[in-house]
Design a protein around this ligand. Structure first.
Ligand SMILES: Cc1cc2nc3c(=O)[nH]c(=O)nc-3n(C[C@H](O)[C@H](O)[C@H](O)COP(=O)(O)O)c2cc1C
Length: 347
């Protein structure tokens, strides 16, 4: 039986049923703003180094300051030193974030070797001290994001769940893969079901939710309290509203129209340039635009053009021209069909 949560007062903030995952190199401020604008009820920052904050690393501070005046937002920290991470938690609280999350799943070698991310989970005593220090530092909503273990022979998610719950975490997010699995293979949803049954605090399931139906399936099959979506949100900030609608009504939301997709890309571009400056904003938006355009008509030449352009007006013009050519093609096809229906016997 898992250790009972010791806290009697719960923070008012709670995780919703669907949320955008922390994704380093993707969920920057513009991407989070777009997700929220399209109906995502909760976003997470990219992972932020507690030590980087303590050492006033400019890049790390910028990531934290990007989170200013942003709601609802959970800031994700990584680190393995109790005093350093508790200082970081206080900074997160001062900034006014809705919650703080400890990354216990990062598989990257450098992080792992530093006893951070997934690497901290193989030192349970140290982990207890880290979470205890975070809890002591603040009453802010506190969660951890874990994997199942280092590999299939060392599954430790129940132990980590016990520690998180026993030390006063308000929720646990479970990416149902081991470190060894990386991002490949299939997430083992049965592990999520097992952890949900084992713990009392909310368990958020993560791994291979790709659309509204798979979100419903994960909730049904595991009994988890919510789902977190990462890769399926690339170029698809509409996925959160689609999941919510499906969970509420069983109805599918129709995919975004060409006009909606175009307007969102333009909005995202403007936010990226505002946030990062023109050159960096445009460079970073290349991959994002590529995702928005995946599977859409007439995009190959557009992609090639965009990858050569370096100013906002030029990218906007290329997008506008692409939109016009797709609209023309759709109109031509419509007219062609209409004409053929009017003249069914013409050859
Ligand atoms: C490129 C990339 C970067 C990621 N960065 C983070 C991160 O900063 N923090 C974190 O907790 N998880 C990170 N993850 C893991 C995701 O949050 C998520 O757990 C994983 O992709 C499984 O979810 P999915 O199947 O919906 O993609 C990252 C994943 C990818 C692919």
């Amino acid at each position: 039986m898992a250790v009972k949560p010791p806290r009697s007062i719960k923070p008012s903030f709670q995780f919703p049923r669907v949320m955008l995952a922390p994704i380093a190199g993707f969920t920057d401020r513009p991407t989070r703003d777009i997700a929220r604008a399209k109906g995502c009820p909760l976003t997470f920052s990219e992972l932020i180094s507690a030590r980087g904050l303590q050492e006033n690393n400019p890049g790390t501070l910028k990531m934290l300051h990007e989170c200013r005046d942003e709601h609802p937002l959970v800031i994700q920290l990584f680190g393995g030193e109790p005093d350093v991470i508790s200082e970081a938690v206080r900074k997160v609280e001062q900034l006014g974030a809705d919650g703080v999350n400890l990354n216990l799943g990062c598989p990257v070698r450098k992080v792992f070797k530093n006893r951070s991310g997934c690497g901290l989970t193989i030192f349970p005593v140290e982990l207890v001290h880290v979470i205890r220090a975070m809890r002591k530092a603040s009453d802010i909503h506190l969660s951890v994001k874990i994997r199942a273990g280092v590999n299939h022979r060392s599954l430790n998610y129940r132990l980590i769940g016990d520690i998180a719950q026993g030390e006063g975490c308000d929720a646990i997010i479970f990416h149902a893969r081991t470190r060894m699995m990386g991002f490949g293979g299939h997430a083992q949803w049965e592990w999520i079901g097992d952890l949900k049954e084992y713990l009392d605090i909310p368990v958020i399931g993560n791994g291979d939710v790709v659309d509204a139906q798979s979100a419903r399936a994960m909730l049904d099959e595991t009994g988890c309290d919510g789902v977190m979506i990462a890769r399926a949100s690339y170029g698809n900030p509409w996925i959160f509203a689609a999941v919510e609608r499906y969970l509420e009504s069983g109805y599918q939301r129709s995919p975004p129209t060409l006009e909606e997709r175009y307007a969102t890309m333009v909005h995202h571009l403007h936010l990226a340039v505002e946030n990062k400056g023109e050159r960096r904003g445009i460079l970073e938006m290349r991959k994002q635009l590529g995702w928005y355009l995946k599977g859409i008509a007439l995009v190959r030449p557009l992609r090639e053009t965009i990858n050569r352009l370096e100013t906002l007006p030029k990218v906007l013009t290329a997008l506008e021209q692409w939109r016009e050519s797709v609209e023309n093609r759709v109109n031509n096809e419509r007219e062609y069909r209409a004409e053929n229906e009017l003249m069914p016997f013409s050859i």
